[in-house]
Design a protein around this ligand. Structure first.
Ligand code: RFL
Length: 388
């Protein structure tokens, strides 16, 4: 079995296959240091924790992760809090930085004899229609080579070799550009509130998400095409304070900004998630806007579903799970897409001509008003916010 990519999807899959005695190798373009340093997600859904628990992969997150149950909305009409941990099904998030989860998964995989080829870039997947598909690679020293397996699983993200290798027409790509961009920031600063903060402001959205007691992620909506370095640290903090209405609700704890990325809010879904012997999981299967923090959670869920199906096929001769993999995951993916899209519309007016903006802005205010006052709307929100 050849797995492309050592992110959450590839590493959960690798661990589960290894635990059942399925021989596999993970081909990873980056170095081990780079893989373990890539800070992205932080909010793990209750179901993600249950999956990791089931397979003995959650020790680190139970030791160092923190439960999280509250979000706060700040708008032109005031602020309100939702303790989503006591709404709906009462499920919680665990805040645990993605690079720590990846480090745990990688350590477990390598300690139990798993193979990862770091610095090995997959170039093309060939022969997905055959019984022995292969992957051509470029090693760190520039030499090319090839790996063969019964199946190839693309867990190599949206720009990976798996997507590139799909023959035209084999798989459809449904894509939505939300027309909105966020400047994603990591600050060496303690969280400024004990909740996820969502600020809706006429200058654009701002978000606050705790990562650790010392590090906080912030988002600032920005113009499409903005360079990550366009604003000084001081200007960023001023803008965050303005949009988060620090004057009314308390100051932000400032610190050094150690990472800046501009994220264009885009979503896509590939359908089906299989072409012959090539399967797709994680961001390679579907990209979600970061508005609802679902990407890493879906990656873990899909990896578990695929691992079970592969083990049934390879160890017990039952191919039904593989045949149903795509349809099963797509149901989860579209639900996550639907909620992420709802969050985008909750937090932004629509870009566009003035008349259209007023209409969308009024819809957004009405949506927020329902969320702040209607218990059934809050229960629905809580279930979808934490669920995958
Ligand atoms: P990853 O994590 O991108 O890993 C893919 C791996 O494949 C390697 N690779 C290749 N290897 C070999 N050959 C090639 N040709 C290759 N091309 C790529 C890469 O080096 C990498 O190691 O994909 P995976 O496993 O599918 O996991 C997906 C998640 O990483 C992603 O969905 C989340 O980070 C999204 N996301 C969030 N998700 C959440 O569930 N909760 C969050 O709070 C959250 N916050 C975020 C996020 C994503 C963000 N960005 C950067 C878009 C915050 C941000 C800012």
């Amino acid at each position: 079995m050849v797995i492309l990519g050592a992110g959450p999807a590839g590493l959960v899959l690798g661990n589960l296959l290894l635990a059942s005695g399925v021989d596999c190798v993970i081909l990873e373009r980056a170095t081990r240091t780079q893989v373990q340093a890539r800070s992205r997600a932080g909010f793990l859904a209750a179901n993600t924790v249950r999956i990791l628990d089931r397979h003995g992969l959650a020790e680190g997150l139970h030791r160092r992760g923190r439960e999280h149950t509250t979000c706060e909305f700040r708008t032109e009409d005031g602020r309100f809090r939702l303790d989503y941990g006591s709404l709906g099904r009462g499920e919680r998030h665990t805040v645990y930085p993605q690079h720590e989860l990846v480090t745990d998964l990688l350590t477990q995989y390598l300690n139990t004899g798993g193979r990862v080829r770091f610095g090995t870039e997959a170039l093309t997947v060939r022969g997905a229609d055959d019984a022995r598909p292969s992957v051509t690679v470029r090693e760190a020293d520039g030499r090319t080579g090839s790996w063969q397996g019964r199946y190839v699983v693309g867990c190599d993200g949206r720009h990976g070799a798996a997507r590139r290798s799909l023959p035209p027409g084999a798989v459809r790509r449904h894509r939505l550009d939300h027309g909105i961009s966020w400047l994603g920031l990591l600050a060496e600063a303690p969280p400024s509130l004990d909740a996820v903060g969502y600020a809706v402001h006429h200058r654009g959205f701002a978000g606050h998400m705790a990562r650790t007691p010392e590090v906080t992620r912030y988002y600032l909506q920005c113009e499409r095409g903005t360079s990550p370095d366009a604003m000084s640290d001081g200007r960023i903090w001023d803008e965050l304070a303005l949009r988060m209405r620090a004057e009314d609700y308390g100051p932000l704890r400032r610190g050094r900004i150690v990472d800046r990325t501009v994220v264009d809010l885009e979503s896509d879904v590939l359908e089906p998630l299989r072409h012959g012997a090539l399967f797709l999981a994680g961001d390679a299967a579907s990209l979600l806007s970061p508005s609802a923090a679902k990407g890493a959670n879906l990656a873990v869920l899909e990896a578990e579903i695929l691992a079970r199906a592969l083990i049934d096929d390879l160890c017990h001769g039952s191919p039904e799970g593989l045949a149903g993999y795509s349809q099963r995951c797509l149901a989860h993916i579209w639900r996550a897409q639907e909620f992420s899209q709802w969050m985008v519309r909750l937090l932004h007016g629509a870009p566009g001509p003035d008349g259209e903006s007023v209409f969308h802005d009024s819809l957004r205010r009405s949506r927020l008003a329902s969320l702040s006052t209607s218990r059934s709307c809050q229960d629905w929100f809580a279930d979808h916010y934490v669920g995958v």
